[in-house]
Design a binder for this molecule. Structure first.
Ligand code: COA
Length: 435
């Protein structure tokens, strides 16, 4: 067994005891109340999920296993000479809550390599799809097609399924998937946008380094990949991709079914696709201005035109956050260091100056501040990844790390099938006293 799996096995019994105690001794304690607005309004703010992988404070932003983004980046081991941590070490951290040593992270780097071989039929499937298929459709289909490899599904079908042991094959599937996703993503990218010319993996590199290599983009894109995958990994469990993955897995569907479903949710324009929408929108602005630097007045006009035509400003607003997303801030810091004078960055920065006031004046959005998606496309564009249709796939590789950690722990703690209760409109009217 690997060090990580050993560690996980050692931690599960204590966590089970905590959950059992809460259920058995305090199960009747109320967590909150639910209003009609929350029932109709997408369960916004209803406290009905549990995860220890990350927590999203409305004012502070995300903490992974109790650590803020800067704390996480500072604590985790990094490849020699690099600014951002091993993604493999981050997976260890999300799974256990413990910061791995460099040796532990590097043991995982080696283990991921042994799991990274993608079956040929996945490439055959991708090649059989029309080339103009959206890369998220390809990514999700590739994940789903590998379901036949699932160790969890085999264990379930073995006739000896034991709920208490189900985390083990789920962990195996999760690790297999994370190791393969960068290879699949790079393949989709090179097939669709780089003349179908592929770059084989380099076995001397870690996940971030190898991804940059297979994409054909030089340093510091390897650090961009490490940063990007870590930043996009998890945002507690109520967002669409995380919740969908958890929901599907709660039916004891395996990691392939569950992750593919979560990725489909990430493909929505109100969720992960917003990062492509930001770039599309900004390109429209730049085209109209013929590349000239916009004044704040011109930018304000574009923002108002977008709102008045009934569209949202992509990259702004959030269901939980009520301040600038620290994931935005983290990428902004990267831009200030590596591309401070890049025109597209200046556009994004000007948006930051004008959009919040306009959204406040419009009076609809509860959070006028930027989220992660407002900044991420600029960095990609700068390093030559201008095919913005692809951006959500990058998000998806990162998001997989968080949601797969979650469903592994779901099985470790024996969480049941999810089944909230619905009411009819008549019933709500009766509850409201208007019927
Ligand atoms: C993220 C998002 C889906 C959250 O939705 P939400 O929780 O319903 O947000 P709110 O409660 O603030 O929404 C209240 C109203 O403000 C509007 N609003 C929210 N963000 C807005 C934005 N960026 N631009 C314009 N209007 C916005 C909503 O559409 C809603 O309008 P409605 O009452 O006419 O339906 C929303 O802010 C949005 O669409 N943002 C743009 C897309 C985006 O960046 N997504 C990535 C999120 S990480």
């Amino acid at each position: 067994m690997s060090t990580l799996k050993d560690k996980l096995a050692a931690k599960i019994p204590d966590q089970r005891k905590r959950v059992t105690r809460l259920l058995k001794e305090h199960g009747d304690v109320k967590v909150g109340e639910v209003t009609i607005a929350q029932v109709i309004g997408g369960a916004r703010g209803v406290k009905s999920l549990v995860t220890d992988i990350s927590y999203l404070d409305p004012m502070e932003g995300i903490r992974f296993r109790g650590k803020t983004i800067p704390e996480t980046m500072a604590a985790l081991p990094k490849p020699d000479g690099k600014d951002y941590p091993y993604v493999e070490g981050f997976w260890y951290f999300l799974m256990t809550g413990d910061v791995p040593t460099k040796a532990e992270a590097e043991e995982l780097v080696e283990e991921f390599k042994t799991r990274s071989q993608v079956p040929q039929y996945v490439f055959d499937l991708l090649r059989s799809m029309p080339r103009d298929t959206h890369p998220m459709t390809m990514f999700s289909a590739a994940i789903l097609s590998m379901q036949r490899e699932s160790k969890f599904a085999k264990y379930y079908g073995s006739g000896h399924f034991n709920k208490m042991d189900a985390w083990d094959p789920m962990f195996e599937d999760a690790t297999d998937l994370i190791a393969k996703l960068p290879v699949i993503a790079a393949y989709i990218y090179r097939m669709k946008y780089k003349g179908d010319i592929h770059i084989p993996a380099d076995s001397s590199l870690d996940m971030g380094g190898n991804f940059a290599h297979m994409m054909g983009i030089d340093h510091p894109y390897d650090d961009v990949a490490r940063m990007y995958f870590i930043l996009h990994s998890d945002h507690e469990s109520g967002n669409v991709s995380a919740h969908t993955t958890h929901l599907v897995a709660s039916a004891l569907s395996d990691a392939y079914y569950s992750l593919s479903a979560g990725i489909n949710g990430l493909a929505g324009p109100l969720h992960g696709l917003a990062n492509q929408e930001v770039l599309k929108w900004l390109q429209g602005v730049m085209d109209k201005l013929d590349g000239k630097e916009p004044t704040p007045e011109i930018m304000k006009q574009f923002v108002w035109d977008t709102l008045n035509s009934g569209q949202v400003i992509p990259g702004y607003g959030h269901a939980v956050l009520r301040k600038t997303d620290p994931r935005y801030q983290s990428q902004r810091d990267f831009c200030l260091k590596h591309l401070p004078d890049y025109p597209l960055f200046k556009y994004v920065d000007m948006l930051y100056q004008v959009v919040p006031d306009i959204l406040v004046e419009q009076g609809k959005a509860k959070n006028p501040w930027p989220n992660v998606d407002a900044q991420s496309g600029v960095i990609q564009w700068f390093y030559g990844l201008t095919e913005y249709d692809f951006y959500t796939v990058l998000f998806g590789v990162g998001r997989a790390i968080g949601v797969l950690a979650n469903i592994t722990w779901d099985r470790a703690l024996g969480y049941p099938i999810e089944r909230p209760k619905s009411l009819t409109t008549d019933m709500l009217e009766e509850i409201a006293g208007i019927k």
